[in-house]
Design a protein around this ligand. Structure first.
Ligand code: NAP
Length: 307
């Protein structure tokens, strides 16, 4: 099969495109022939070696995909060959930048007919992350106010729409260039972080969802009301240490499961949470896509046309 992969950690130029042995289906798994995968911030961090060093090389990165089942492992009874499915590779597994993916059947879901493979690949990990962060971890409620940091990114594009669907008031931060995009997502108050210090114009929030990291994470605690909650997905695997004792700092635990994917599909079909703006790259252009993603000012979602 064709895949995009790297043989050593390094810059975008270490990404290669070529032939790799097909995956073998294990008991409980399915093989998905995937026409679409998406690019996430984690992909270039894995490639750079920002996480644990990878020794099992060449390594195929990539977390979410959408495709068609072409083989069933022993014991898989809830799918048939030809079923259209989408999902996110298991924690620590990856391999979505490839024409074929072997994955546990229990963590994929049927692809809704009303959405394209590209849209499902774009929605899978951002949807999972936003649902687990905003609904399960922050437990955002109707009538509350949330500050979503980094509104133009993929996860935040989903989280803004989800928070509005829940019935919350949404404040978000982005450069001026992205204000029209975030107005389309129905954000209530958009702050240009280059023109205004958000800590001077926002206060008394019930919740903060931080997708930016760095000093943005630390400064975000200031806008919370006493008893407020902050969740960050961009400041490591542990909850950031809060400078305030009267608020809660949380690190969402983003696992993999079918029910969350089914909720993503249902919310998309109902129109409650639509796919983010997508920019499509050929999988053979993974290096160029990584360069853009690594710039940290990419709007919406990178999607790879795999076949
Ligand atoms: N399972 C998990 O824990 C999980 C899952 C998915 C993602 N993540 C992490 O979550 C983070 C977000 O990922 P993502 O893919 O949604 O987006 P991303 O590509 O990492 O972020 C891009 C967005 O960040 C915005 N941004 C950059 N600096 C900013 C600032 N100072 N203030 C406000 N916005 C700023 C940019 O908008 P502007 O152009 O307006 O600056 C851009 O649209 C990443 O760190 C990623 O690794 C974690």
């Amino acid at each position: 099969m064709k895949a995009a992969f790297f043989r050593k950690h390094g810059g975008p130029e270490v990404m290669e495109y070529g032939d790799i042995a097909d995956p073998v289906v294990l008991p409980g798994q399915v093989i998905v022939d995937s026409p679409a995968a998406s690019g996430n911030g984690a992909d270039w961090k894995v490639r750079k070696g920002s996480y644990a060093p990878i020794t099992d090389l060449p390594y195929i990165p990539g977390r979410d995909f959408s495709g068609v089942i072409s083989a069933l492992g022993e014991g898989v009874t809830d799918f048939a060959i030809g079923d259209e499915v989408f999902g996110v590779c298991d924690v620590g597994q990856e391999q979505a930048y490839a024409e074929k993916i072997a994955i546990k059947a229990s963590i994929v879901a049927k692809k809704p007919k009303g959405l394209s493979h590209e849209e499902c690949a774009a929605l899978a990990l951002i949807g999972l992350t936003a649902l687990i962060s905003v609904e399960d971890t922050l437990q955002l409620k109707k009538g509350e106010t949330i500050l979503i940091q980094g509104g133009a990114g993929g996860v935040a594009s989903y989280a803004i729409q989800l928070a509005k669907y829940i019935g919350a008031r949404v404040i978000t931060t982005t450069r001026t260039e992205n204000h029209a995009y975030l107005r389309k997502l129905d954000a209530d108050h958009i702050i240009d972080y280059n023109a205004q210090d958000f800590t001077k114009v926002v206060s008394n929030c019930d919740a903060v969802f931080d997708t930016v990291g760095g000093d943005v994470t630390q400064r975000s605690f200031a806008v919370l009301r006493p008893g407020g909650r902050a969740a960050s997905i961009a400041a490591g695997q542990a909850a950031p240490v809060s400078p305030r004792a009267d608020v809660t700092s949380l690190r969402p635990k983003v696992g993999r499961d079918r029910p969350h994917l089914e909720r993503i599909a249902a919310l998309a079909l109902s129109g409650a949470v639509r796919p983010p703006e997508m920019t499509i790259y050929k999988l053979s252009d993974a290096a160029a896509a990584h360069k853009v993603s690594e710039g940290r000012h990419f709007r919406g979602k990178l999607v790879f046309k795999v076949r």
